[in-house]
Design a binder for this molecule. Structure first.
Ligand SMILES: Cc1cc2nc3c(=O)[nH]c(=O)nc-3n(C[C@H](O)[C@H](O)[C@H](O)COP(=O)(O)OP(=O)(O)OC[C@H]3O[C@@H](n4cnc5c(N)ncnc54)[C@H](O)[C@@H]3O)c2cc1C
Ligand code: SF4
Length: 681
């Protein structure tokens, strides 16, 4: 397992701790952190420091203005000690904490409230260390790791040296990975034809494949005809987090520099507008947005080309779409949310290699979604089960989490779980837009790979093989650019259009094209059943060769109907054996964030949740978030409600950023390492 123990790439940079901010003619400004700092403990120096401080006055929270003439040599010495010692707090510093007369903010993150306009940040050094690499990759998912491996393989084959750095926001590779997962090994076989000898954790070949339509009380079996996307023979059931961790080991062995616990927070640009690389997140910021004494600026990683493999709905990819207009010629991306649990079940009910999928109950026909239940062969009677709900659902009262809990009580599902023990829980959004929603993949200095642009084959519920292949194709084109002197880039950051051209000639493109109409065919009045009829008529016979391409109705955020037009949904209470409440579920995700940091769920406008989401949609974020992050609670004065964001609970599924009807929520990266701690999800 790769962990945070991996050496940090650069020396820790201590910035802004009680540094002299300038000695002007009449005043000098001392910047410091009152809550952590600190008077020197030694007698003489302590006295001198008190004397100096008593002659100055506070300006803002962190800056003390002192008449320059009073700053004697001993005072300088003691302030130097003040700067470097942070052991004892001898002053009632709470009295000098920053105070605001404005209405309390929900959002305190610097991406919404810039620090250069915040006096608490005056004098804090914002300098960043920079490192140069040939290629930087964001995200250690299947796409990012396959890309890194392919680059190093090519470098070895051609006797070239290239520096490849990969940053991952999880503290361990695979700890933020959540998938089904039934893996189609096609891309893996291309990447490592000897994957079996290398010990890839693919222990469970599929032995039995079932598909059914659920009504409330019964299950209608549907035959899986050869050639249909649901056929799983030849595939492997895996714990994708473990597979990704294994890919990480292969990448490291080839010389890829992997930095888990580092989230890419910002895209950097060259003067000519091309991508220059990324900056990792700053650390050491209080919940209220003020700097802590431990504040550390992020690190810059510069590269000739940066690959963005953040997975579904990447927050940097969102910025790149706007900057380079990458979505102008495609349809909006649409999504689903997948909720998943791992269970240890009674051995007699366990059948390693069995794969089951259902559609129908408890969802109505207008709501897209379904379930999976996979029996894993991992040395114990383990099953992975999950439920996906299309995020184009309309009723704001729907709770994907509660639908999942309810589904487990179906007469065809519950018996498998009875007597078993749930051991893990998590959730993650997945792309459902398919072929129509793929944006432009290349831009000066960078490319998009994997589920970030969205290569998910929706009817198959598979995106790992396509994500890996896209990373590999990107690397092949990039390697060619990096090493071919005849290929000149007009921009400082290399532009690699060959990646997109090659992807369009690959099996990924053919596969996604052939199933392009299946998901949008569910938008007819027949809903999901329309999609099934379409699949039988057009996919099975024509294999996607029909000369038309159906459209998606628009973004998922726009599909919600006002609460007044919908019926509230009565969900049964969890029984604590088969179904569970939200908080005990979130506890099983191992999610954790440094509590004292600005919430990474930022609001463009703090007034919108109450005035718009609550007023019109009855606060749907309370129900669509699978981790209980959003709560409307009574305001302290007792009148009305306010939104409370429990950011520590967030499992990084990105659903709120996708489904918020007012598109007011912007998910940004928290401090690196924060988030779920999945073990082989
Ligand atoms: C419920 C569910 C079931 C699925 N079932 C299957 C299945 O059975 N078979 C199948 O093939 N596929 C399945 N998929 C899809 C599959 O999981 C994805 O297609 C695949 O994981 C995509 O790989 P990726 O590398 O593009 O993205 P991801 O696997 O999402 O990896 C992205 C990585 O980037 C990291 N990251 C994101 N942002 C940053 C940042 N700013 N800085 C640093 N790191 C960052 C993330 O932490 C993550 O580790 C399923 C998905 C879900 C949600
Ligand atoms: S806050 Fe948003 S990203 Fe986090 S778990 Fe909830 S819906 Fe998912």
């Amino acid at each position: 397992m790769l962990g945070v123990g991996v050496p940090r790439p650069f020396p820790r940079h201590v910035a802004g701790q009680a540094s002299w901010a300038g000695l002007k003619s009449s005043f000098c400004a001392l910047s410091w952190k009152p809550e952590l700092g600190v008077l020197p403990s030694e007698g003489g120096e302590k006295k001198e420091a008190r004397k100096v401080l008593s002659k100055g006055f506070f300006f803002g929270r962190n800056t003390m203005l002192l008449p320059a003439c009073r700053v004697s040599r001993p005072a300088c010495r003691c302030l130097y000690v003040l700067k470097s010692t942070r052991k004892h707090c001898l002053l009632p510093f709470s009295t000098v904490r920053w105070a605001s007369t404005t209405v309390p903010r929900i959002t305190t993150h610097y991406s919404i409230h810039p620090r250069d306009k915040d006096q608490r940040w005056e004098g804090v050094s914002m300098e960043r260390f920079a490192e140069e690499a040939d290629v930087v990759i964001v995200g250690a998912g299947p796409a990012g790791l396959a890309a890194a491996i392919r680059l190093k393989q090519l470098a070895q084959e051609h006797g070239k040296e290239i520096r490849v750095c990969l940053v991952e926001k999880a503290s361990q590779i695979g700890a933020h990975t959540l998938s089904g997962a039934c893996l189609e090994p096609r891309a893996l076989e291309e990447l490592f034809p000897d994957w079996k000898e290398r010990g890839a954790p693919l222990h469970t070949p599929v032995t039995e494949d079932k598909f059914g339509i659920l009504t409330e009380k019964s299950r209608i079996p549907v035959p899986i005809l050869p050639g249909l996307p649901m056929v799983n023979h030849g595939n492997y059931i895996v714990r994708l987090g473990h597979f990704v961790s294994w890919l990480g080991e292969q990448a490291e062995a080839l010389g890829v520099e992997i930095y888990p616990g580092y989230a890419a927070a910002e895209v950097l640009f060259n003067e000519d507008g091309s991508v220059k690389g990324i900056a990792t997140n700053d650390v050491g910021i209080h919940k209220d947005g003020a700097p802590k004494a431990t504040f550390e600026r992020g690190l810059e990683l510069h590269a000739k080309v940066t690959l963005f493999g953040e997975g579904c709905h990447g927050h940097l990819a969102k910025q790149l779409y706007n900057k380079y207009n990458l979505r102008e010629n495609c349809q909006p991306q649409t999504y689903g949310i997948g909720l998943k649990e791992l269970w240890l079940i009674d051995e007699n009910k366990w059948k390693a290699g069995k794969v089951e999928h259902t559609v129908g109950w408890p969802l109505d026909r207008r709501t897209y979604g379904g379930s999976f239940l996979y029996h894993l062969n991992e040395g114990e009677p383990l099953v992975a089960l999950g439920f996906v709900v299309g995020l184009d659902y309309q009723n704001p009262y729907l709770s994907p989490f509660k639908e999942f809990q309810r589904w487990k009580h179906h007469p065809s599902v519950q018996p498998t779980l009875e007597g078993g023990k749930r051991i893990a829980y998590g959730a993650r959004a997945l792309n459902e837009g398919g072929f129509q929603s793929i944006p432009k993949l290349t831009f000066p200095g960078g490319v998009l790979i994997g589920c970030s642009p969205g290569f998910m084959n929706v009817p198959k519920i598979k995106g790992t093989h396509t994500a890996m292949k896209s990373g590999m194709l990107a690397s092949e084109a990039i390697f060619n650019q990096l090493t071919n002197e005849n290929l000149q880039s007009k921009t400082i950051g290399l532009y690699v259009p060959e990646y997109e051209e090659n992807l369009k000639k690959s099996w990924v493109w053919k596969e996604l094209y052939s199933v392009r109409n299946i998901r949008p065919s569910c938008h007819s009045v027949l809903g999901l059943y329309g999609g099934m009829i379409y699949t039988g008529l057009f996919y099975w016979i024509l294999r996607g060769k029909e000369p038309w391409t159906l459209k998606h109705p628009g973004t998922d955020a726009k599909q919600l109907k006002p609460a007044k037009d919908c019926t509230p949904i009565e969900y049964p209470k969890p029984d604590g054996k088969i179904s569970f409440d939200l908080l005990s579920s979130v506890a099983l995700s191992g999610t954790n964030h440094e509590h004292d940091q600005p919430p990474h769920l930022t609001l463009k406008d703090d007034r919108v949740p109450v005035n718009h989401n609550l007023a019109i949609y009855d606060g749907p974020e309370q129900r669509f978030c699978p981790a209980g992050v959003y709560e409307y609670v009574p305001v302290e004065s007792g009148e009305g409600l306010r939104l409370q964001i429990n950011a520590q609970n967030c499992v990084h599924c990105k659903t709120c950023d996708i489904k918020d009807p007012s598109q007011n929520i912007n998910w940004v990266v928290p401090e690196g390492g924060g988030g779920p701690a999945y073990n082989g999800m």
